[in-house]
Write a protein that binds this ligand. Structure first.
Ligand code: NAD
Ligand code: UDP
Length: 322
């Protein structure tokens, strides 16, 4: 049914992009993946290369984007996403959120394609409203270290709405909250792969600050389902997709120690600048509009993710710079 529909997925070799490629292939779409591999890996999509309905372009989307042929949908997921990544490559992060988004909106306009852009809970910054509803405007430090990511994403949303309003481009905006699952990089610095990597290597787990800050972790399959439903809805304003199950970093560390059977302890390191103190999505909009809510609870999702990390070759569990 979807066999004649063609979707471009940027950031295809990354964690979320690769899962989206799998989903759209499964639904019968022709998928065009695009990635410059700055934080992604072809290993995440190597199983797709043999398929007739999958193509891949190695390209930096901050430069002019050309895709021959028709496109029906564009999912713009290219961007470093982990704090240590975007702090190492701040200018590229600003460019992919701004210039990259501009290029893809232009492509969507030219191809008459619907475009969904990946925004983030980081647009709420260190939130003063809890849980975070889409109508909250956020509390972002534009000149702090995280500003390169947060402001790029806020600009991305503004540019997307402007293309919708002034050029009548068919747009969608998803605000993604912390998501985890297989194909995260063990060394990407995000809390879940860091803790699991530390536990596998028999090291203590490093909580930043006093570990009282909270996050709400969503399993990747739930996120992909929410994005899929949003793309095929008629709703153009931002929609939060995330799991409202909120947990402190200290509690999360204890869960990982238990899951992995580690006898190590939690040690404390300085809290990074502007690290949000609390984060939990209000998903009432997604519930009402998309009939969506997460289905995979944390114990199940963590077990699947731990099994994935354990299955990696030894070389992959050694921390290294990308
Ligand atoms: P990731 O680093 O695994 O994937 C990002 C991919 O984009 C990588 O493959 C990278 O090589 C590619 N990329 C980066 N800059 C590019 C450029 N200029 N041109 C082409 N490709 C480029 O990260 P992820 O977790 O899969 O995140 C994907 C998207 O989802 C990002 O836009 C991110 O901001 C957003 N997001 C993710 C989360 C999360 O919890 N994972 C939360 C909020 C938002
Ligand atoms: N964090 C931590 N130890 C680590 C890595 C991260 O305590 O080794 C904390 C971090 O300070 C933040 C939370 O875990 O409060 C989530 O961090 P992550 O980088 O995963 O995502 P984000 O801050 O973007 O939500």
């Amino acid at each position: 049914m979807n066999g004649d529909k063609r979707v471009l997925i940027t950031g295809a070799a990354g964690f979320l992009g690769s899962h989206l490629c799998d989903r759209f292939i499964k639904e019968g779409f022709r998928v065009v993946g695009m990635d410059n591999l700055i934080t992604g890996s072809l290993r995440n999509i190597e199983h797709l290369f043999q398929l007739e309905n999958f193509e891949f372009y190695h390209h930096d989307v901050s430069k002019f984007v050309h895709v021959p042929g028709n496109l029906d949908y564009i999912l713009h997921f290219a961007s470093p996403a982990s704090p240590i990544d975007y702090l190492k490559i701040p200018i590229q992060t600003l460019k992919v959120g701004s210039l990259g988004t501009h290029n893809l909106l232009g492509l969507a306009r030219a191809k008459k394609a619907r475009i969904l852009v990946a925004s983030t809970s980081e647009v709420y910054g260190d939130p003063l409203v809890h849980p975070q509803h889409e109508d909250y405007w956020g509390n972002v430090n534009p000149v702090g270290p995280r500003g390169v990511y947060d402001e790029a994403k806020r600009f991305q949303e503004a540019m997307t709405m402007a293309y919708h309003t002034y050029h009548k481009v068919d747009t969608r905006i998803v605000r993604i909250f912390n998501t985890y699952g297989p194909r995260m990089r063990l060394n990407d610095g995000r809390v879940l792969p860091t803790f699991i990597g530390q536990a596998i290597r028999g090291e203590d787990l490093t909580a930043f600050g006093d570990g009282s800050q909270t996050r709400s972790f969503c399993y990747v399959d739930d996120l992909v389902e929410g994005i899929y439903r949003l793309l095929f809805s008629n709703y153009v304003n931002p929609v939060n997709i995330g799991n409202p199950g909120e947990i402190t970093i200290n509690e999360f560390a204890e869960e990982i120690l238990k899951l992995t059977g580690s006898d190590r302890k939690v040690i404390y390191k300085p809290l990074p600048a502007d690290d949000p103190k609390q984060r939990k999505p209000d998903i009432s909009r997604a519930r009402e509009l998309l009939g969506w809510e997460p289905r995979v609870d944390r114990s199940e999702g963590l077990q699947i993710t731990y099994d994935y990390f354990k299955s990696l070759p030894e070389v992959d569990i050694t921390p290294k710079d990308f």
